[in-house]
Design a protein around this ligand. Structure first.
Ligand code: TMP
Length: 206
């Protein structure tokens, strides 16, 4: 099963994913965690370029292609082999981040983005996607407090609002794939919701 964690910046998804992965491992599930951009040696190098605060001249089209390059490597090197061996993948961001950030955030053509994503992933889509939904202002305040500020966090508030709305639109288009979790709750409540929804889904998938 291929599960992705999505959400606006500061939603706490990275922290929640790590705790949930430990929970699944304790139960004996063959879990592999990974993240985007990154997750491979090549992908991590691409991540550094994308996040570098000095790369202020980076254009949206460059950004898109770098994300797809990182993703193509991750799919082929890590995700597909693990799924083929019967394992569970928990991925911190995936293709929906491109649609939310580059598509809705930067307002680039969604159909063209979908074609690029399809090329990079060879059509691999998640079985389940969790949207850790949080108020944009609160999310950015959390990021700033945590000292994790990167080049993308520095886009203006309107950009981040469009990203959040974009996620809601993606959920509306494919409600069967998504679970929306209120990430404004205390962390232990967020984790409880994740466990409840994912364990239900795992039980159904046999
Ligand atoms: P994160 O590792 O803290 O989630 O940061 C990754 C940043 O990259 C975040 O601001 C979202 C952004 N991003 C995109 O804009 N497009 C993408 O396709 C991906 C995977 C991430």
């Amino acid at each position: 099963m291929f599960i992705t964690f999505e959400g606006p910046d500061g939603s706490g998804k990275t922290y929640q994913l790590a705790i949930f992965a430990d929970y699944l491992k304790d139960k004996g599930y063959p879990v592999l965690t990974t993240r985007e951009p990154g997750g491979t040696s090549i992908g991590d190098q691409i991540r550094d370029v994308l996040h570098d605060m000095n790369n202020t001249e980076m254009r949206p089209h460059t950004e898109i292609l770098l994300y797809q390059a990182s993703r193509a490597q991750l799919v082929e090197q890590v995700i597909v082999p693990h799924l083929k061996s019967g394992g569970i993948i928990l991925c911190d961001r995936y293709a929906d981040s491109t649609l939310a950030y580059q598509g809705y955030g930067h307002q680039l053509n969604l159909k063209k983005l979908a074609a690029l994503i399809d090329f990079a992933t060879r059509g691999l889509t998640p079985d389940l996607s969790l949207l850790l939904d949080v108020d944009v202002g609160e999310g950015l305040r959390r990021r700033a407090r945590g000292g994790e500020w990167n080049r993308l966090d520095a886009y203006d508030l309107d950009f981040h609002q469009r990203v959040r709305k974009g996620y809601h639109e993606l959920v509306r288009q494919e409600p069967q794939r998504w679970v929306v979790i209120d990430a404004g709750q205390p962390p232990e409540r967020v984790q409880a919701d994740i466990r409840k929804f994912v364990m239900e889904r795992l039980a159904k998938s046999g």
